[in-house]
Ligand binder design. Structure first.
Ligand code: AMP
Ligand code: ZN
Length: 135
């Protein structure tokens, strides 16, 4: 994926502020941070989104997210931590190379991460329970 910016960053072709690197991933600082320390976990291989990501890499990614959450929260003295992962334009994905956002949170940081709660009606609940089949 020559034209994928995250492929090039993850594989070191483009320099980045790297917090951590191993054989499978690079963790970099986001250039448009939501809060101080906002970072991204990038797999070195190209997968567009969570649907494409192999299970083994998905397992490794969540373990790395845990390790990063611990190190970043301690080092940056964060009060909380969000892990965000967008898939598809409708979900806010803008770079189509799988990534996980690591967002340290601080009391009153004002970062707008969230949603307006709706209401789960009985009808919608039944529809969803009937439609979602986990293989
Ligand atoms: P998403 O909207 O989930 O696809 O997230 C893309 C993220 O990548 C945004 O938070 C951007 O600020 C960040 N981003 C885009 N280009 C770069 C780059 N070259 N280096 C670091 N972060 C980037
Ligand atoms: Zn890529």
């Amino acid at each position: 994926m020559d034209d994928c910016i995250f492929c090039r960053i993850a594989n070191g072709e483009i320099p980045s502020a790297t917090l951590f690197e191993d054989d499978d991933f690079r963790v970099i600082l986001d250039l448009g941070p939501a809060t101080k320390g906002h970072a991204l976990i990038l797999p070195k291989q190209h997968y567009a989104n969570i649907y494409e990501l192999p299970e083994e890499l998905a397992s490794k990614a969540i373990l790395l997210a845990k390790k990063m959450a611990e190190a970043m929260s301690e080092g940056l003295e964060a009060d909380g931590f969000n892990i965000v992962q967008n898939n598809g334009e409708a979900a806010g994905q803008t770079v189509f190379h799988f990534h996980m956002h690591l967002i340290p949170r601080y009391e009153k940081d004002g970062a707008g991460i969230g949603w307006k709660p709706g209401k789960l009606t009985d009808e919608i609940k039944e529809e969803i329970l009937n439609k979602v089949k986990v293989k």
